[in-house]
Design a protein around this ligand. Structure first.
Ligand SMILES: *[C@@H]1O[C@H](CO)[C@@H](O)[C@H](O)[C@H]1NC(C)=O
Ligand SMILES: *[C@@H]1O[C@H](CO)[C@@H](O)[C@H](O)[C@H]1NC(C)=O
Ligand SMILES: *[C@@H]1O[C@H](CO)[C@@H](O)[C@H](O)[C@H]1NC(C)=O
Ligand SMILES: *[C@@H]1O[C@H](CO)[C@@H](O)[C@H](O)[C@H]1NC(C)=O
Ligand SMILES: *[C@@H]1O[C@H](CO)[C@@H](O)[C@H](O)[C@H]1NC(C)=O
Ligand SMILES: *[C@@H]1O[C@H](CO)[C@@H](O)[C@H](O)[C@H]1NC(C)=O
Ligand SMILES: *[C@@H]1O[C@H](CO)[C@@H](O)[C@H](O)[C@H]1NC(C)=O
Ligand SMILES: *[C@@H]1O[C@H](CO)[C@@H](O)[C@H](O)[C@H]1NC(C)=O
Ligand SMILES: *[C@@H]1O[C@H](CO)[C@@H](O)[C@H](O)[C@H]1NC(C)=O
Length: 426
């Protein structure tokens, strides 16, 4: 932190800063990197080599710029038709400005005259606005800019350099890191005072420097005026409830933070500690695997739908009263029926198959019981429609060639116990 450039050179930085601050309120631009109004954090090299998606936490020094803006009531006197003399005063400082009705809207920024005179570059400033519409009305905002140095913990988004959080640790002191560079700011020539960015102590200024100073002085109130036009109540309504003061505070606050970055900081090549918080993916899915799985699921869904459509006709009369597939469900449908008796005591799959061979079954949807052909109730159970017969016969045809084993099994029914007979060995 050192004043190392001439103010005449810095007037360019002031002018562009005023442009940015004005545009930011008009177009909702975010603050530039390393600035979060009212803090201007000492810039450092972002650890983009480590990660680009994360936050860097760093203990560093920052300048807190405060505007000290206050609305002040204006005494308006009409000296002659259309000519007004306006007076406003605050804290031993006062300002007088005259307006003529050559134009409807007037605005400007001035240095008030104060009893305890301070150099113009550190003086307080006044934003004033005047409108002849609908009747003559005036607004004045006194701003007393100040700055303080702080040790802060700043969180910086590594990709953009945006400040996401600033917390003050303690006021900057001679024991702080980098305090050896702060002499010009805390001591002479600044002595801790903040530049107002409006007036400069220029020795033998040329016309270009003066032009920049003039432009800076017009830029700030002009963008406040533009922003006031865009508010719901418009420029005329902005005189009522200090909207112009709120806008002046917003624009001037960002302007001071930008000025701080240009004026009070000094390039330095030293190491600082940076803590990085980044994101790490814990669960991830490969693109190929995801696409293959999705394709398989879609095919499965299509086939399941086709099978369902195919079987709608077959299921027409089958109204199950509970979800099938459990032992309880099977027992409830099959208990105390002819099927139950036929299957009782059989465990071997071939044995079961043989027992059911050439038998026909129906489920009575009212009794929820299985009836075997020939049993009482089989005929009254719903008669399947012809397509179902056809389809079943197709299924039977398909099944028939497969069980070649069951043909050899026709002679088996009586034999299950025979292999288990212990060899009658002596
Ligand atoms: C950064 O990480 C977050 C959280 O994991 C993620 O949402 C975001 O998309 C990432 N951004 C970039 C640019 O990688
Ligand atoms: C910043 O200072 C605080 C305490 O003052 C400490 O807890 C923290 O670890 C420091 N952070 C870094 C990045 O040095
Ligand atoms: C200024 O106001 C006076 C009185 O209302 C009026 O006579 C005069 O025409 C106005 N001048 C302009 C330039 O509007
Ligand atoms: C203005 O600057 C000159 C030299 O650049 C210096 O001698 C003078 O004291 C300064 N005036 C104020 C009011 O700071
Ligand atoms: C961060 O910076 C980017 C571009 O620099 C900007 O678009 C974005 O709005 C900023 N975010 C915040 C929260 O300031
Ligand atoms: C800033 O301070 C240094 C000493 O730390 C001094 O040599 C230098 O002249 C000062 N710069 C200005 C512009 O006063
Ligand atoms: C700056 O503005 C003043 C009036 O405020 C004017 O007298 C002066 O000529 C202007 N200077 C330049 C270089 O435009
Ligand atoms: C001023 O009043 C208008 C309504 O009249 C309201 O929308 C606006 O938010 C007010 N502004 C402030 C700064 O109070
Ligand atoms: C000053 O810097 C050193 C080295 O980077 C660091 O260890 C120390 O914590 C810093 N002190 C403060 C108060 O930030």
């Amino acid at each position: 932190m050192l004043i190392h450039r001439l103010l005449s050179e810095l007037s360019i930085a002031f002018l562009t800063g005023a442009g940015y601050a004005g545009a930011s309120v008009l177009y909702d631009l975010p603050a530039p990197p390393f600035i979060q109004v009212p803090y201007t954090v000492a810039a450092f090299e972002l650890p983009t080599a480590v990660t680009t998606n994360g936050t860097a936490f760093v203990n560093t020094s920052a300048i807190k710029s405060e505007t000290g803006c206050q609305p002040v009531s204006v005494q308006m006197t009409e000296t002659s038709p259309g000519t007004w003399t306006n007076t406003a005063s605050f804290n031993e400082c006062s300002i007088i400005w005259n307006v003529v009705n050559t134009t409807d809207t007037l605005f400007g920024i001035n240095i008030p005259s104060c009893q305890s005179s301070s150099p113009p570059q550190f003086s307080s400033v006044v934003f004033w606005f005047f409108s002849y519409i609908p009747t003559a009305q005036a607004s004045a905002t006194f701003c007393d800019p100040s700055m303080s140095l702080w040790e802060v913990n700043a969180a910086v988004d590594i990709r953009t350099g945006n400040i996401t959080a600033v917390s003050e640790i303690r006021p900057f002191s001679s024991s702080s890191n980098f305090s050896s560079f702060s002499a010009n700011v805390t001591g002479p020539p600044l002595n801790g005072r903040a530049y107002n960015g409006i007036q400069f102590n220029l020795t033998n200024p040329d016309q270009f420097v003066l032009g920049r100073q003039n432009a800076t002085q017009l830029q700030l109130p002009a963008s406040i005026y533009q922003a006031a036009i865009k508010t719901p109540q418009g420029f005329i309504g902005s005189f009522q409830n200090n909207t112009l003061t709120a806008l002046a505070d917003q624009v001037y606050g960002l302007y001071l933070s930008l000025v701080a970055r240009e004026v009070y900081f000094l390039g330095d090549d030293e190491d600082i500690n940076v803590q990085i918080k980044t994101f790490q993916q814990r669960v991830w899915l490969g693109d190929v695997a995801v696409h293959l799985l999705a394709a398989a699921m879609i095919i499965l869904a299509i086939f399941a739908t086709i099978v369902h459509l195919f079987h709608i006709e077959d299921r027409r009369f089958l109204r199950l009263k509970h979800e099938p597939g459990t032992i309880a469900s099977a027992v409830s449908i099959g208990a105390q029926t002819g099927v139950g008796e036929v299957l009782a005591g059989r465990q071997d799959p071939d044995d079961i198959k043989e027992a059911l061979r050439n038998k026909r079954f129906r489920i009575d949807p009212i009794a929820m019981k299985i009836f075997m052909e020939g049993e009482k109730g089989y005929e009254t159970a719903a008669v399947p429609t012809s397509p179902m017969y056809r389809r079943r016969s197709v299924l039977e045809l398909l099944q028939r060639p497969r069980p070649t084993k069951s043909q050899s099994g026709t002679s088996v029914p009586s034999s299950p116990s025979s292999p288990k007979e212990p060899p009658k060995s002596a």
